[in-house]
Design a protein around this ligand. Structure first.
Ligand SMILES: NC(=O)c1ccc[n+]([C@@H]2O[C@H](COP(=O)([O-])OP(=O)(O)OC[C@H]3O[C@@H](n4cnc5c(N)ncnc54)[C@H](OP(=O)(O)O)[C@@H]3O)[C@@H](O)[C@H]2O)c1
Length: 221
């Protein structure tokens, strides 16, 4: 597939691009400053040259400008985010415009990296979530739009805390999932979603666990 990754300079995106290329996909890596996208360890130089294209993209731009960067992509990933600095324009409306751009271009598969409980405001009363309230509200609006106002074949992946630890290649899906997620396992799960049509139109909660990623995704209902 031709796969578009928004937020390509990010920590998750870096691992995701690596996994997508390893799976045989062609990747359009989109970032505000494409020269900052690290490609040196994605794969060998020839593979990167043949299978990764970088493109300048700013989520502040118009739907039309975003659509132009998506081109003929089959699938679009939103793994961008403003780290709390620009929640309305990037995490919320930037994501929504990218959905509109994907639909405009006929890219039907859309994978959203979201956050635990993004669509369940009642859960935001939990201890530890106070400081995340503005962030999770932005994610709520983006995810809610994706579910209710698009025809995209979406998957919303909801990890909790991302940690910079080596991946295990195993995860757990569902309510009992643990509260930390090594970034390589989140990226590996995101990439593997493309091979699991049963995850379309699903909100998938994940954490660390004992189940190999593909096996865990096979059981998403
Ligand atoms: N931290 C957690 O524990 C946690 C937990 C669950 C989910 N998440 C979600 O996972 C996402 C990815 O995490 P991460 O650690 O990979 O994030 P990251 O390293 O901060 O990367 C975020 C990316 O978004 C891009 N971006 C920011 N504003 C943009 C704009 N206006 N237009 C285009 N691109 C823009 C940044 O690009 P520039 O190089 O241009 O700045 C960067 O590439 C987070 O944003 C969050 O929504 C995080």
């Amino acid at each position: 597939m031709k796969v578009y990754v928004a937020g390509a300079t990010g920590r998750v995106a870096h691992e995701l691009i690596k996994d997508l290329v390893a799976a045989g996909h062609d990747v359009i890596a989109a970032a505000r400053t494409p020269e900052n996208i690290v490609l040196s360890d994605i794969s060998d130089a020839a593979t990167v040259q043949d299978h990764v294209t970088t493109v300048a993209m700013d989520l502040h731009g118009s739907v039309e400008s975003l659509a132009a960067t998506i081109g003929t992509s089959d699938a679009v990933y939103f793994v961008a985010g403003s780290r709390g600095k620009d929640l309305l324009q990037t995490d919320a409306f930037g994501a929504i415009k990218l959905m509109q751009a994907a639909e405009k271009q006929g890219a039907t598969r859309f994978v959203m990296l979201s956050s635990l409980y993004s669509l369940e405001p009642a859960e935001w009363e939990r201890p530890g979530m106070e400081s995340l309230r503005d962030y999770i509200t932005a994610k709520f609006f983006a995810d809610h739009y994706l579910v209710t106002s698009t025809h995209l074949d979406y998957t919303i992946l909801q990890p909790s805390n991302l940690v910079e630890e080596p991946g295990k290649g195993t995860i757990e899906i569902g309510d009992g999932a643990a509260m930390t997620n090594p970034i390589p396992d989140v990226a590996g799960t995101l990439a593997a979603l493309l091979d699991h049509p049963n995850t379309v139109k699903k909100v998938v909660r994940m954490g660390t666990g004992p189940t190999p990623i593909d096996e865990a995704l096979e059981h998403v209902e």
